[in-house]
Design a protein. Structure first.
Length: 302
């Protein structure tokens, strides 16, 4: 392994706290990673890492060396990304984490187009609703709905998705159909909460140019988009969800839209990535491609 690759490996080990995870991220055997770091430490004449059975931490020398390596490799990637040949033919592995619905309904159905444009980029995609620590897990970027809360990440908005309030015919037959947001207080909703805190998200509407939140009661809450929709299909209550996620159920009558005259404020969706990876050519072309994909699906941002 040459010194450049060894420095990249060293940075990944520090960020992920593990030889195994860093080796997997770079698609090399763990034994190769161990030997490379031992050789790097021998060349430098300093111990860079403290190894325990549970984690790997930098020594004082290792932390100082890590900070310098990040700056050096960032400058090098900046220089590489300025070359037209690199921009025209980016290569390497790009690690993405995509929310399930965005993966299966928007991005993956079109991913062959990305591959045809950039055949030298290999994609490793994880999917789910859980929050991801991009740095420690070695993920280059995520696509997420909602307003980003992590100020340590670069956030580029992709779209503002129109939402719909809907419920099953059985629920509406039993509880009636609301005709204004004020009547929602008399109804049950399926609650949705983030995995890391117990907060029920209210329904939001755009009324006279202002966003108005409406709290609803309910007896069931979930933290997964598929479960959220399934609960509505089962008659558990009203849901407010991006329209694209329930279009087929609205078309078949399994779900019925209500309050159609009261538009939602819209749900933003963004691509997020760490600041120190924003100059990667392969990340740059993905962000440009996925921005165009969402603009085509949901319309340009205004």
């Amino acid at each position: 392994m040459d010194k450049f690759d060894a420095l990249q490996l060293f940075i990944r080990i520090i960020e992920q706290g593990s030889f195994t995870r860093a080796a997997n991220a770079l698609n090399i055997p763990r034994a190769t990673a161990t030997l490379a770091i031992k050789e790097l430490e021998r060349q430098l004449g300093a111990r860079l890492l403290e190894r325990t059975t549970r984690q790997v931490r930098p020594t004082l020398d290792g932390q100082a060396f890590y900070e310098r390596c990040k700056r050096i490799l960032g400058d090098l990637e900046d220089a590489e990304s300025s070359l037209s040949t690199v921009l025209a033919n980016p290569r390497g592995t790009l690690r993405l984490d995509l929310h399930g619905s965005h993966a299966t309904q928007i991005i993956l159905p079109n991913i062959q187009d990305f591959h045809q444009r950039y055949p030298e980029i290999n994609l490793a995609i994880s999917s789910g609703d859980r929050l991801v620590d991009l740095v420690s897990e070695g993920v280059d970027c995520v696509v997420r709905a909602g307003n980003p809360r992590d100020s340590s990440l670069v956030a580029k908005r992709l779209a503002l998705m129109p939402e719909v309030v809907c419920a099953s015919p059985g629920y509406l037959a039993e509880h009636g159909t609301p005709t204004s947001p004020e009547q929602l207080g008399e109804h049950q909703a399926v609650g949705f909460f983030a995995s890391n805190h117990d907060i029920r998200y209210p329904f939001s509407f755009l009324i006279d140019g202002q966003v108005v939140d409406q709290e609803l009661g309910g007896w069931i809450s979930v933290n997964d988009a598929e479960c959220y929709r399934s609960c509505a299909l089962s008659g558990c209550g009203l849901i407010q969800v991006p329209r694209f996620r329930v279009e087929q159920y609205l078309a078949t009558g399994q779900l019925v839209e209500v309050l159609g005259d009261w538009p939602s404020a819209g749900l933003p969706v963004s691509v997020l990535y760490p600041y120190h990876r924003q100059l990667s050519p392969r990340l740059k072309v993905f962000v440009e491609w996925v921005s165009g994909l969402y603009a085509q699906r949901f319309g340009p941002l205004t």
